[in-house]
Write a protein that binds this ligand. Sequence first.
Ligand code: HEC
Length: 119
Amino acid sequence: MKPTFKTSKNLVLFAGITSLFASAAFAESGDADKGKSVYESTCIYCHGASGKGEIPGVPNFNNADGVLAKSDEELIAAITDGFESPGSAMPMPAKGGNPDLSDEDIVNVLAYIRSEFGS
Ligand code: HEC
């Protein structure tokens, strides 16, 4: 009876640790392929296919010391809640103006931006 109990306890522990790793990996690296379609349906109108920005006031994602130097946490907050830098010509709308975007979409689109434009 005792060994059986021990095994099942270890199994539960193992499952817990595995799911912890899985969620940490998800938070750090979204799916850039899925993020591409989010970018192309919502962000591209202002940020452009090249990531250089189509409108005055939109940052160039390709600058090595530009906005992509910020942390994932900061950028996810900026995308989710909107963002306006001091003296900005134009604010970034929350979720790029698309309220249908999920948290997962935002993690994915950030992964796409980093892989496509990040240096
Ligand atoms: C209506 C135009 C517009 C759309 C659509 C838009 N953005 Fe932006 N975005 C901006 C502007 C303008 C800024 C710069 C704002 C500022 O610096 O005040 C910006 C800034 C950013 C930044 C930098 C934030 C920071 O902390 O410096 C990121 C990242 C970003 N946008 C991602 C996205 C993503 C992802 C999408 C699509 C989900 C998106 N944007 C859609 C206009 C837009």
